[in-house]
Design a protein around this ligand. Structure first.
Ligand SMILES: Cc1cc2nc3c(=O)[nH]c(=O)nc-3n(C[C@H](O)[C@H](O)[C@H](O)COP(=O)(O)OP(=O)(O)OC[C@H]3O[C@@H](n4cnc5c(N)ncnc54)[C@H](O)[C@@H]3O)c2cc1C
Length: 542
């Protein structure tokens, strides 16, 4: 048992999950432990995500619990905060208890995918809708239903036009699939809205290149272009989305499109934890060698999938697709086995079998083993291939049934409204409960509304009382201001109600409103000198 190697996989997407599945197949349990860290407990079949918009498949049809897919792998459902390659430790976010968790490894697999990055686009973070995750798909579907419901009752013609205009930026596979599904959904749903039946919804696809689907051959891209245009989708080539507001999309040519829905499938970057990782990169992607080992960390760290810059044996750069991620996972697993048992390693040599793209309404384009197909036959092939590629029988049956079901009964338009999380939360504590402990991570600032609490400091196992706080006092800001752990414990004296400001909201407020940060900084300075009373009655844990 003591000699078992610890394999840690970061990311539960195509590359992470398939690496784990391959390792489970190749390694005996006494050879290694396999752990996988992912921020969700499910794996997403992204190629079918656009169909969630139109309701052709249900939300839970495109996901599968990671524990079911990788039965011998230990799942840690947390966010990865730091990767320390020198000390072979990965730090993950706190869970219910505000403590970071450190996980050590002998072999590390980095498979964290990519994220939508709108920081370079003015108004992007605030007004562009990404389309990458399950949450993005749900949020977009809910938003579309909201725009239809609003347009139905809106009397202002200008606003109604904006509500019925949908802009999608990026004419690659995902952008084209999203605009096609979005148009189908809006078009099919209008019959449920008496006032909208006669109104025309405007769908615009904005693409920076001179043809959509640059991944495909020109003839298929042209087929797709003509088909989408025939269905009323306005395609703007050689145009770039350069900004967005809550009212309009701003294009590079100066054109403005009044719209309440702007979706963007570009640009991408690596997740924040990889942005901070010090290692060789090509652009934003991690640089790996032909064996998919992270350059500078050969024999110990591998990177694959969308977050890695990978070249095949023939020197071609691999595109960020699921098809490649699953093959890369096989190479990585075989090379980890070689590292554990000794023996030859293998190089990544997969060049791709073909490309498939759905255009909605029983049409698709496909290029498989050099053969080009379009229209209905391509759509049938698309469905057959994607169904076959699903990893579990349960999911295959569910998706097949969903597809069959919508042939009989059209998709619904139920908005799955989630409760809105207020920026300032409330919490209630009973007498004797601990709000936080010395050594915990600083995650919130607390403002007492009613009740009292005691503050203790622990030294060499002995607790010494520091202060008692009551209504109007605040505490917890010091750890957030200085990015350190709590150095006091707070226990409730009489049942207490507090307002809670999270670290992210606190940071955003102190950065954008300097006077807000100044108040807390002055308070912290005052307290650090041992003054526990005014300027505010409050107390921090420091
Ligand atoms: C809409 C859409 C349609 C697509 N269609 C196709 C298609 O038809 N065919 C095809 O071949 N490819 C398609 N792709 C591309 C394909 O899905 C990706 O190439 C593939 O998912 C990459 O796998 P990955 O494991 O590298 O990344 P991902 O699948 O994105 O997985 C990364 C995982 O890491 C997790 N993660 C990230 N950061 C952290 C963190 N800090 N802490 C914890 N967990 C973290 C994420 O939650 C995620 O689970 C599509 C992609 C999209 C978005």
């Amino acid at each position: 048992m003591g000699t078992r190697k610890r394999i840690l996989i970061l990311g539960g997407g195509f590359s992470g999950v398939y690496t784990a599945r391959n390792l489970e197949r190749l390694l005996r349990p006494d050879e290694a432990t396999i752990s996988l860290i992912n921020q969700e407990n499910y794996w997403v079949y992204q190629p079918l995500l656009p169909e969630v918009i139109s309701g052709l498949v249900g939300l839970t049809d495109v996901v599968c619990p990671i524990r079911q897919l990788c039965r011998r792998t230990g799942l840690v459902m947390r966010e990865i905060q730091k990767i320390d390659l020198a000390n072979k430790v990965v730090t993950v976010s706190p869970g219910f208890r505000p403590r970071l968790l450190d996980l050590s490894f002998d072999y590390l697999v980095i498979a964290l995918g990519s994220i939508s990055n709108f920081w370079g686009t003015p108004g992007g973070v605030e007004h562009l809708k990404p389309f990458r995750t399950l949450a993005d798909a749900l949020s977009l579907r809910n938003h579309l239903i909201q725009t239809l419901e609003e347009a139905e009752i809106e009397t202002d013609a200008g606003l109604r036009r904006k509500l019925l205009t949908f802009v999608v930026a990026g004419g690659g596979f995902s952008g084209v699939e999203v605009v096609a599904e979005l148009r189908d959904f809006v078009d099919n749903m209008r019959r449920h809205f008496p006032r909208l039946r006669s109104e025309w919804a405007r769908c615009v696809l904005v693409h920076a290149g001179d043809r959509i689907l640059p991944e495909m051959s020109e003839s298929l891209a042209l087929f797709a272009h003509k088909l989408l245009a025939k269905r009323g989708i306005e395609i703007r080539l050689n145009e770039r989305l350069v900004g967005a507001t809550s009212e309009k999309a701003l294009l590079g040519s100066g054109l403005e499109i009044p719209a309440k829905t702007i979706v963007s499938s570009v640009p991408s970057s690596n997740p924040r934890v990889l942005q901070d990782l010090e290692c060789e990169k090509e652009g934003w992607r991690l640089k790996v060698n032909g064996n998919l080992e992270l350059v500078g960390h050969e024999g110990c760290v591998w990177a694959l999938g969308d977050c890695a810059s990978i070249k095949t044996v023939s020197g071609n750069r691999t595109p960020p697709t699921a098809q490649h991620a699953t093959r890369e996972a096989k190479t990585v697993a075989m090379n980890i086995v070689a590292a554990i048992r000794g023996g030859p390693t293998c190089r990544f040599a997969f060049e791709g079998l073909g490309k498939l793209g759905s255009l909605g309404e029983y049409s698709a384009v496909a290029e498989v083993l050099g053969v080009r197909i379009s229209g209905f036959p391509a759509w049938l092939l698309w469905r057959a291939v994607y169904l076959a590629k699903l990893p579990s029988l349960r999911q295959k049956v569910r998706i097949a049934l969903s597809w069959f079901f919508v042939l009989l009964f059209p998709p619904d338009f139920v908005q799955m409204r989630l409760t809105r999380q207020p920026a300032i939360a409330r919490q209630h504590f009973e007498t004797g409960e601990v709000v936080f402990r010395q050594g915990d991570l600083g995650d919130n600032v607390y403002l007492i509304q009613s009740g009292e609490c005691d503050v203790f400091r622990e030294t060499n196992g002995r607790q010494s009382p520091v202060a008692t706080l009551g209504p109007g006092d605040c505490f917890g800001e010091m750890a957030l201001l200085n990015d350190v752990t709590r150095n006091a414990t707070v226990r409730v004296r009489t049942s207490m109600d507090v307002l809670l400001l999270s670290k992210d909201d606190f940071d955003a407020l102190k950065t954008s409103i300097p006077v807000f940060g100044d108040v807390f900084r002055r308070l912290a300075t005052h307290r650090s000198t041992g003054n526990l009373e005014p300027p505010s009655k409050g107390f921090s844990e420091e």
